[in-house]
Design a protein around this ligand. Sequence first.
Ligand code: NAP
Length: 274
Amino acid sequence: MVNLRAGRPRRAGIRFAMANLHALREPLTVLVLGGTGEGYDLAAALADQPGIRTISSLAGRTSAPRLPPGEVRIGGFGGAEGLAAYLVARAIGAVIDATHPFAATIGRNAAAACAAAGVPLLRLERPAWRPAAGDDWIEVEEWDAAVAFIASQARRVLLAVGRRELSPFAGIDAVWFLVRSVDMPDPMPPFRQLEILLARGPFTVAGERDLLRAKRIDTIVCKNSGGDATAAKLAAARELGIRVVMKRRPPRPDLPAVASVAAALAWLRSLTER
Ligand code: NAP
């Protein structure tokens, strides 16, 4: 439950946004919750839109984030209450949650904060990957199941799960891990057999094929992030007959959702034209 502090505008949300646009002749301020390629592309597209001011919000997890055009703020809001207070303080007229499919907490917080502040909220999310003919996927809900599978079935694993989700795998001593991460894990969990590869996508199928062969990988462990930047490993795994242990996406609030920047722009237009 979110309680707003005193001082909340009496006309919140879309009515407040329309007042901005049509009566006060001030721009509509859009908060983009980002940290993804979609968030970046959306902020870049909004930079060209007359009558819209964009604030992109990043969690501040990576050391050198790609900064989108427009205003950027970095760091948490302090839960749903903090986000609701921010929406009011900055007179936000619309929020687009373009965070990563596995960033479930900020998704819940955005839904609660926007409901409390009366601000329209849209989810921009890339479609999930789906197995194609020739794929050998083991889909799991939680890492426990992946750990159990690897411990009994794998020898050499490409672990591409993000540097903050390595711990569950560190106790599997009999398996050799290639950990691929954008930034160095800190602290590094105590793996017995480990090589670290610092790399940021996009990756190519040819590059992934070479890597999987050179490191004699028999199993890839990853999350169903979707999108093109990191999909090449799946195509290479299909070609080479390598298994993929794929973590399914966590549930998110039931919200209006789109899968493209163009559709998000259309949603914003529909708000301002209504
Ligand atoms: P999370 O578990 O959903 O969020 C944890 C907390 O981080 C939130 O409660 C919030 O702190 C803060 N936060 C998250 N996203 C934020 C944003 N865009 N702006 C401001 N604060 C934010 O998220 P996560 O999985 O740690 O991911 C953090 C960020 O990295 C996300 O923005 C996401 O788009 C990006 N990312 C995540 C993954 C992944 O696999 N999880 C992969 C690539 C990129 P407060 O409660 O203090 O507001």
